[in-house]
Design a protein around this ligand. Structure first.
Ligand SMILES: Cc1ncc(C[n+]2csc(CCOP(=O)(O)OP(=O)(O)O)c2C)c(N)n1
Length: 594
């Protein structure tokens, strides 16, 4: 069948099961947009900024396990995808970015809206292609999806010159993909699996350290089976949240810089670290030389490049985490560790996660209530900052793909568009976007998309009037010199939300949180923006300073470090027509550690 390149592209996308594309048009992709018009099965979501399209594709992929797709024009459209691509690369998110390119004969001439996007994105994509010949297009699309979703998932980019989209050729669908140079190992080596089982059966104090790879591989049941079989505590990374239920008695929650104290103590005490789809990120290890000083290490990962990158493993196993754990579960004998578990339970009692109970509205409380109001069944999408860490600590994930966040790149602005992508992918689940007054302003324009498509996302702004996480570092490590972190001059988020057609609620006190969240849950035909005015100078604890060790962990704000000067609920802080009662407007006390 003779078709245009643009039709072959859309047919190929359909064959890959694509039902949604997040994109923004422009000259170089007009032929593709003209063709989308003729494919009613493929829903195109018109975003307000290409960065939004990229993060939506990520949110869609993270919530569903499918490949997310975004589309942008050449030049500025394509370069606006750079941040989401880098984000997806760091967090192994399978997305396919399609960009338009100037006509082939103009490439390299500084033509209007020309950017060398394959050059720019080379280090931040798993692979990318410039389509030079329309005959290659179907094969490239099939390869792109294969590369994005197989092995260690990741972002890919296909750059299509305008004349290639317009060119006619004889189209035959691609039935299967075979890339001789790309054959990811999925089955773990049986000898290594046996060796791992032996180490596990010998260990007295083992710990399962579970990363995002376990979520990508859907290894939920396998992780749980291993943990229960050998009665071993489990800690997850930020990206591993949900790979093991946090309500399980063996759960230690998250580890690392802002992980639970008991997870960090347990890891530093263990004699065997079983790393599952985790990459020993510096936010987890701190000072590598002093991390897990007494432990042997089993490292299971699909990406051979991760093995030995940070720490040498005693038993490295390359392959699919789910497949390897399935085999491992068959061969471990199931030695129990009652003393180790009770030692850890004592740590849990002695160092619980906590926050001040002083009548002031704290972000941690809001997160706890989000978990409860949604029966821990919601998808929690976060931005980046203190609110993200509180969400990681207090939301309590029960299942995989429930916690959608930017871990590796730490991208402010990720939250709202990723929440929109997640809601498109999982229309039946409540989606909460936990964001900060700084982060929300980075992609707030996408609120229009949520309104137009009647997405009932609940956008919870933990509004502390600061770039809180940076302020925390300045407080703790730069003698309270708050340099460029003051966000007092922000828009009135309630009015702004209403201008976009969203429902909006403002909340000042703990007593109003539950009702506000329930009201948001009852709004089903548009997004709700909740402006939670939280304590200004609350910190995230525990905290291990960057590059530090467990001995430097601070579990709560030292009394002599409480800044006394700036917590004032001033009149200017609150808009004139806000929903606060006089009582609520009264000055609230300085938040203090217990
Ligand atoms: C795009 C981008 N720019 C800068 C940063 C650095 N950064 C990390 S956290 C943070 C503050 C976030 O403030 P806010 O969104 O208000 O959240 P809070 O920490 O107050 O909860 C900043 C500026 C970043 N992570 N991403």
């Amino acid at each position: 069948m003779r078709v245009k390149g643009s039709r072959a592209l859309l047919e190929s996308l359909k064959r890959e099961g694509v039902d949604t594309i997040f994109g923004y048009p422009g000259g170089a992709v007009i032929p593709i947009y003209d063709m989308i018009y003729q494919f009613p099965d493929i829903r195109h979501i018109l975003v307000r900024h290409e960065q939004g399209a990229g993060h939506m594709a990520e949110g869609y992929a993270l919530a569903t396990g499918k490949v997310g797709v975004c589309l942008a024009t050449s030049g500025p459209g394509a370069t606006n995808l750079v941040t989401p691509l880098a984000d997806a690369m760091m967090d192994s998110v399978p997305i396919v970015a399609i960009t338009g390119q100037v006509r082939s004969n103009l490439i390299g001439t500084d033509a209007f809206q020309e950017a060398d996007i394959t050059g720019i994105t080379m280090p931040i994509t798993k692979h990318n292609w410039l389509v030079k010949d329309v005959n290659q297009l179907p094969e490239i699309v099939a390869e792109a999806f294969h590369v994005a979703r197989s092995g260690r998932p990741g972002p890919v980019l296909i750059d299509i010159p305008r004349d290639v989209s317009d060119a006619e050729f004889e189209y035959t669908p691609v039935e299967s993909v075979d890339i001789p140079t790309y054959k990811p190992t999925t089955r773990g080596h049986s000898v290594q699996i046996k060796r791992a089982a032996e180490l596990i059966d010998q260990a007295k104090k083992p710990i399962l350290y579970v990363g995002g790879g376990a979520n990508h591989a859907y290894a939920f049941n396998e992780v749980r089976e291993l943990a229960e079989k050998i009665n071993t505590p489990v800690t997850t990374t930020l990206k591993g949240l949900g790979a093991f239920p946090e309500t399980h008695p063996l759960s230690l929650g998250m580890l690392g810089m802002h992980g639970t104290a008991y997870a960090n103590y347990a890891v530093s005490e263990c004699d065997l670290l079983i790393a599952v789809g985790a990459r020993f990120d510096d936010r987890v290890t701190g000072k590598v030389a002093e991390w897990v000083p007494n432990a042997k290490i089993i490292h299971i990962d699909i990406d051979p490049a991760e093995i030995g990158k940070v720490l040498l493993a005693d038993v490295p196993i390359v392959g699919d985490v789910k497949a390897i754990l399935t085999e491992l579960n068959k061969v471990v004998k199931g030695k129990q560790h009652p003393e180790w578990v009770s030692q850890i339970n004592k740590l849990k009692q002695d160092f619980p996660l906590h926050y001040p109970n002083d009548g002031v509205l704290h972000g941690q409380y809001v997160i706890e209530q989000i978990g409860e109001v949604s029966n821990h069944d919601a998808i929690c999408v976060t931005d980046v900052g203190q609110h993200q860490m509180w969400a990681a600590q207090f939301f309590k994930c029960e299942r995989p793909r429930q916690f959608v966040t930017s871990g590796g790149l730490g991208t402010m602005g990720f939250g709202l568009p990723a929440a929109i992508g997640a809601q498109f992918g999982a229309p039946d689940k409540p989606v909460f976007c936990v964001t900060g007054d700084g982060s929300i302003q980075m992609c707030i324009q996408e609120l229009m998309v949520a309104t137009i498509y009647k997405l009932p996302i609940k956008i919870c702004i933990l509004n502390n009037q600061f770039l809180g996480m940076v302020r925390q570092w300045q407080e703790l490590f730069h003698e309270n010199r708050y340099s460029s972190v003051d966000l007092e001059a922000s828009p009135d988020f309630v009015k702004l939300a209403e201008a976009y057609g969203a429902h909006a609620i403002r909340c000042f006190k703990p007593s109003g949180v539950r009702a506000a969240l329930e009201e948001a849950m009852s709004i089903t035909d548009r997004p709700t923006v909740l402006d939670f005015r939280i304590s200004k100078e609350e910190n995230v604890y525990p905290m291990i300073p960057s590059g530090g060790t467990i001995h430097q962990m601070v579990v709560q704000r030292p009394p002599d470090m409480v800044p006394l000067d700036s917590y004032i609920a001033s009149e200017t802080y609150m808009g004139e027509d806000d929903q606060a009662t006089q009582e609520e407007k009264e000055t609230v006390p300085v938040p203090r550690a217990k």
